[in-house]
Unconditional design. Structure first.
Length: 275
């Protein structure tokens, strides 16, 4: 008798409407390719807690902002952690899956991050700017993000909101990793078109920047995306470290690039399941 194939519960919201992206296309593609090695079923994030016991692992993919189903997500996390359920990415991530507090921590620790504060007494740490970005700590996918004038900032620094200067950057770059292995980089050459991405030839210095955050997060397994902006002085600054359900922009890759990513993810999942 052949050995049973691992069973994966693939968590996605195929109906989620993302600005400038089609989450459903990406998950249909990746899910269909992973079926070569795994028995795989798709489910909505609201159903994951009720279904996960029948599977060897849960793979969280394009499940949309947690704010849309916070109670269900909290119940899923609690149940998975108490039962020892294998979740990919593992629930020990220190970045976006735990909220935006990491931007404050990294900024205070001197990492190359867009300067970030959340309290009135810390506003002096921010450089002067004509505009500031305000976003909730529990936000995602630009939900709740606003751009405000300096006079509006003090009233918004309430501890639940992040305040950052609006950086006049040249472009944004995203670096994609599976486990600790770099896979590819994409960039948006036009700052006003964030999701019109093109392949980017990352330099050794760029990768040193990105790997610093992957190492800091400490996930042994999983898919992570490091988002950065190119500041006016040429340096990179972290915008976001997505370690919960990063959109992968696989449609921006050629066939060879997509094949390589699927192969890397498949190997990673086998290692993860092997423990």
């Amino acid at each position: 008798m052949p050995a049973a194939r691992p069973r994966l519960l693939y968590v996605t919201d195929l109906a989620y409407q993302a600005r400038g992206r089609r989450y459903c296309d990406e998950d249909i593609l990746l899910g269909s390719r992973l079926r070569a090695d795994f028995d795989l079923a798709l489910c909505h994030p609201r159903d994951a807690a009720a279904l996960m016991d029948a599977f060897d692992a849960v793979v969280v993919r394009n499940s949309g902002p947690v704010l849309g189903y916070q109670a269900e997500y909290d119940a899923f996390r609690e149940r998975a952690l108490s039962a020892g359920t294998r979740v990919y990415n593992p629930l020990t991530g220190r970045a976006d899956m735990a909220g935006k507090q990491y931007l404050l921590d990294l900024s205070a620790a001197g990492f190359p991050v867009i300067p970030t504060v959340d309290r009135p007494e810390d506003l002096h740490r921010l450089p002067r700017a004509d505009r500031y970005v305000v976003k909730p700590k529990r936000g995602a996918d630009s939900v709740g993000l606003r751009i405000v004038t300096p006079d509006a900032v003090p009233a918004l620094a309430d501890g639940a909101t992040l305040i950052q200067p609006c950086v006049d950057f040249a472009h944004e770059i995203s670096f994609y990793f599976v486990d600790h292995d770099f896979q590819y980089a994409l960039y948006a050459p036009h700052p006003d078109r964030r999701w019109q991405l093109e392949p980017y030839d990352a330099t050794p210095r760029d990768l040193e920047f990105a790997r610093r955050f992957i190492d800091w997060n400490g996930l042994a397994h999983g898919i992570q995306r490091v988002d950065a902006c190119r500041a006016p002085g040429g340096e990179l600054l972290l915008v976001e470290l997505e370690d919960l359900n990063p959109y992968l922009s696989l449609d921006a890759l050629d066939d060879a690039g997509r094949d390589a990513f699927v192969a890397a993810t498949t190997r990673s999942l086998h290692r993860f399941l092997a423990g």
